[in-house]
Design a protein around this ligand. Structure first.
Ligand SMILES: [Zn+2]
Length: 208
């Protein structure tokens, strides 16, 4: 993560770093929220924005700053770990207690293309929606899709479908899905990610 000095800040807003947290303060209100940096089990840095004073204005300010930090992080990742390869989820982890999440980088450009958050102790749609609310701010600022993965409906990995809820870029509905289907989706996201940067395919103008 590069320094907070490069951030463009709205009037009256300051950012100060305290260990792994960038505290965001308003000149009159004091601390309104911040962004905490943490590492995933795979060594990727992730941003966790939070709100201390929950107003729409403050939410917009924190989202605005978190967005800039996300952009900086993507640049850092691209510059410092160009050799990093995409991690494929062969199996979704079982019995994970802490909230574990996995970021998936594009195999071409290394930008993050998706994030899975494992909350495998959750086995009802209602609880999964409640968990989604806790990630509302992160979902709001995310530049890539995020899914919550809940409990499996069977002990047999071959057939087990997991409670699944997409929370970014838009919140979806809870459904059950086998990890293979998610894998196919992640592979498709990877394949499609850098295609948008390519020149459009040449039409067959030489054929006449
Ligand atoms: Zn890419």
């Amino acid at each position: 993560m590069t320094s907070a000095k490069k951030l463009s800040l709205p009037p009256g807003i300051t950012v100060s770093r305290q260990d792994k947290t960038y505290v965001i303060s308003h000149i009159n209100m004091g601390e309104i929220g911040g962004v905490t940096l943490s590492e995933t089990t795979h060594g990727d840095t992730q941003l966790q924005p939070y709100l201390t004073i929950d107003t729409a204005d403050n939410k917009a300010v924190i989202a605005f700053i978190a967005q800039q930090m996300t952009d900086a992080l993507i640049m850092d990742n691209a510059l410092h770990s160009p050799q990093r390869s995409a991690v494929r989820p062969e199996h979704l982890p079982e019995g994970v207690q802490a909230i574990e999440s996995q970021l998936f980088p594009c195999s071409q450009c290394n930008e993050i293309i998706a994030r899975l958050i494992f909350v495998t102790e959750i086995n009802t749609a209602r609880e999964l929606h409640e968990m989604a609310n806790k990630f509302e701010l992160e979902a709001f600022v995310s530049t890539y899709p995020i899914w919550l993965i809940g409990a499996p409906d069977s002990d047999d990995d071959n057939i087990a479908k997991h409670l699944t809820l997409q929370i970014a870029p838009a919140k979806g509905d809870v459904y059950y899905e086998h990890p293979d289907i998610m894998n196919i989706r992640l592979i498709k996201l990877d394949l499609e990610h850098c295609q948008g940067n390519d020149k459009p395919l040449q039409t067959h103008k030489d054929l006449h």
